[in-house]
Design a protein around this ligand. Structure first.
Ligand code: GUN
Ligand code: ZN
Length: 427
């Protein structure tokens, strides 16, 4: 048993529905076998457990570990390809790098960098877009197992309109996906995600196979891309006989509570209604949307329809692993929509990168906040003395203001320590 002492901030009560940021200064959190078993003032927890060791985290902010609901492992070396819209960016930057994943040892090096990069940014759980090659996905799960991250991922499948070496066939996709799921789903903290790249690169036959795999793997998630770019959306409509983008997945039984669809920058009201009724989640990826010029995310419309929304970094179209940066960019994207934008407080941003992410990934009973009964997935943010963030926080009136300044100025360099399931990571 260990008592963690510090200032804890989290969002067990959703700020989008009237809840507020929970701030406990000089609190004590007692952790046994990775689970939080008591929480209160440090003095009270100490008195009840006088003999337990204390980890002193005072002088910083303790937050739940971040949950990244959309990030591409084979794209970390493609970050920074600026200046192109989605389809041109894929051709020039993303897909050539993804083709390199055919080399399993190259993929293993990338996977190792990837999981360490996520953890160093304070991300403890992620829904990861895998690779088009089974051995590369294997390398990702191997690397995540070494670090102990909570990773949900799978084989990315496509059978048209990419470069040919990235294409599979429906029957090969079925066999390779199931083999990976049997090897990794539910092993340690790994889970499987059925992952067609996007409708543009998938025939109906392949999407039908995706449904078959999803049904064969209880507890698996479904993830793909949705309504990201107007040229892409028009091409999808053309290929699927004029139906809307959500329907291309839904008519194969792929839209339900297990689904996490990235972007949805340009949805119709009919699509939002369908997503809400299905209980599906949308991964909003704000730096990617800005970098590719995809558009401004209509958060208010998602909330009005009751669609679940969380955040994703979308590395490599996104600009890095930090969900602090994604939070800030999400805030910017709403500020830029004069009439329709949803004003976002620091509490909203923290909710989006923690509790909302846990909810999207079906992990709410285990993670997302630091309440009794949850796993101790946490991070300590403590900027170096004299750094811009440290100077700024020194002038904050209260911890909520310190949190807003952290979203504004914070980087992975300010993440001093990360715990998953109570274990300190060494990144
Ligand atoms: N749509 C299909 N593939 C991708 C990808 O790799 N990145 C983004 N942002 N959108 C996609
Ligand atoms: Zn993506």
């Amino acid at each position: 048993m260990t008592i963690f002492r510090g200032t804890f901030l989290d969002t067990p009560d959703n700020p989008f529905t009237g809840g507020d940021l929970r701030v406990d200064t000089d609190a004590g959190v007692l952790v046994t076998d990775g689970t939080i078993v008591a929480r209160g003032t440090f003095a009270d927890v100490r008195q009840a457990h006088p003999a337990e060791p204390v980890v002193d985290l005072t002088g910083g902010l303790v937050l739940p570990g971040f949950v990244d609901t959309h990030v591409h492992f084979p794209q970390i070396r493609a970050v920074g390809g600026l200046g192109l819209p989605l389809l041109e960016w894929l051709d020039k930057y993303a897909l050539p790098e993804e083709a390199r994943m055919a080399d399993a040892s190259y993929a293993a090096g990338v996977a190792s960098e990837f999981v360490r990069g996520l953890a160093a940014a304070g991300t403890t759980s992620a829904l990861v877009f895998g690779a088009h090659y089974a051995d590369a996905v294997d390398a990702l799960f191997t690397a995540s197992s070494e670090v102990g991250l909570r990773v949900t991922s799978g084989l990315v499948v496509s059978d048209r309109l990419l470069r040919p070496e990235l294409h599979t066939t429906p029957s090969r996709a079925y066999d390779e996906s199931l083999a990976l799921a049997r090897r990794w789903h539910g092993v340690g903290r790994n889970r499987y995600a059925v992952t067609p790249r996007f409708s543009l690169s998938c025939t109906d036959e392949l999407l039908a196979v995706c449904h078959d795999v999803l049904e064969e793997v209880p507890g698996a998630l479904f993830t793909s891309h949705l309504n990201e770019n107007e040229t892409e959306i028009a091409a999808v409509s053309e290929l699927f006989g004029g139906c809307d983008y959500v329907t291309t997945y839904d008519r194969h039984g792929l839209v339900d509570r297990r689904s996490v669809l990235a972007h949805n920058v340009h949805p119709t009201d009919v699509e939002l209604k369908l997503l809400a009724n299905a209980g599906a989640s949308v991964a909003h990826c704000p730096t990617s949307n800005a970098a590719l010029g995809s558009g401004l995310f209509p958060l208010t419309r998602h909330l009005q329809h009751g669609v679940r929304v969380a955040l994703g970094s979308d590395v490599g179209a996104g600009t890095g692993f930090s969900l602090l940066k994604e939070g800030l960019q999400a805030y910017f994207a709403q500020q830029l929509q004069a009439e329709d934008g949803h004003p976002l407080s620091a509490a909203h941003l923290l909710h989006l990168v923690t509790t909302a992410g846990a909810d999207a990934l079906g992990l709410s009973s285990e993670i997302g906040d630091l309440s009794v009964g949850k796993r101790f997935d946490a991070q300590l943010l403590r900027p170096a003395e004299g750094s811009p963030l440290a100077v700024s926080i020194a002038h904050a009136d209260d911890p909520e203001e310190a949190l807003a300044r952290t979203f504004t100025l914070g980087t992975p360099a300010d993440v001093r320590a990360v715990w998953i399931n109570g274990d300190l990571l060494h990144t």
